[in-house]
Design a protein around this ligand. Structure first.
Ligand code: CAA
Length: 257
């Protein structure tokens, strides 16, 4: 299938899904995420595909959800838009999915990488949840998955300051499996995917399901809680100011309401 914002390459027994909206640093708009969802549905059905690599380009895995698409939306519109439905396809994908990350993995980009089962990072990768700088909070699982991955105090610092961390820190924090030179990150992710695709498919599927179960119960409640708070912030003046300031390339002036 042909996609507008994605390239899907079959390299059996694996597939590589490449986010391709380079002018917007692969910002994850609804169209792109809809295509990710369609591509994963195709790959799920293909019995010859044993594992998937999700990647961007060298400059950006993804710089977040598309701020321009959210800038004028209010809380109820965001709730009704339900844009994260498409993201669920990554979370519920039954085959192993490995993120190969270079450059920016910010906001929804970091959340998308964390939804994958493993992360291979290039030395240039940086991970962060900068939503606080827009007057909002992460809305695609960041407060929950980052906390599970790196622990409370580190997650607090990253989410409350919005400051990204470098690949080496992400490795030290346990957020990524390994860090490799930029020329090798995709190859290393593909190598790992091929290794796993060579194992017994049903065992791989049930092993993945079981590992997910290790924290899934409380994660679901946490995700619902986070989502409501995320939508609530779309009723605030600071959200409108934060997103306009980003688009106008100026510093936001917060009002606290
Ligand atoms: N949404 C929409 N457009 C974005 C974007 C985003 N998240 N990130 C970058 N872009 C666009 C820029 O607006 C710019 O477009 P124009 O050329 O039309 O001006 C283009 O991509 C290139 O970006 P910059 O010129 O800003 O590139 P830079 O190298 O100077 O800076 C950056 C790179 C530090 C990543 C900066 O782009 C940035 O801060 N991006 C926003 C990061 C962010 O806040 N992400 C969180 C989004 S909210 C979210 O994700 C919510 C959620 O939890 C689901």
């Amino acid at each position: 299938m042909e996609y507008k914002n994605l390239l899907v390459e079959l390299d059996l027994p694996i597939a590589v899904v490449r986010l391709s909206r380079p002018k917007a640093l692969n910002a994850l708009n609804s169209e792109l995420m809809g295509e990710v969802s369609q591509a994963l549905a195709e790959l799920e059905k293909n019995p010859e595909v044993g594992a998937v690599v999700l990647t961007g380009d060298e400059r950006a895995f993804a710089a977040g959800a598309d701020i321009k698409e959210m800038a004028s939306a209010g809380a109820v519109e965001m709730l009704l838009r339900n844009q994260f439905v498409a993201w669920e396809s990554v979370r519920s994908f039954p085959k192993p999915i490995i993120a190969a990350v270079s450059g920016y993995a910010l906001g929804g980009g970091c959340e998308l990488a964390m939804m994958c089962d493993m992360i291979i990072a290039s030395e240039t990768a940086q991970f962060g949840q900068p939503e606080i700088n827009l007057g909002i909070i992460p809305g695609a699982g960041g407060t929950q998955r980052l906390t599970h991955a790196v622990g409370k105090v580190r997650a607090m610092e990253m989410i409350l300051t919005g400051r990204p961390i470098k690949a080496t820190e992400a490795l030290e924090y346990g957020l990524v499996n390994r860090v490799v030179p930029v020329e090798l990150y995709l190859e290393e992710a593909k190598r790992l995917a091929r290794e796993i695709a060579g194992k017994a498919p049903v065992a791989v599927r049930l092993a993945k399901e079981s590992v997910m179960r290790a924290y899934d119960g409380s994660l679901q409640q946490g995700l619902d809680f986070e989502r409501k708070n995320f939508y609530l912030l779309f009723a605030s003046e600071d959200k409108a100011e934060g997103m306009s300031a980003f688009i106008d390339k100026r510093k936001p002036a917060w009002k606290g309401k």
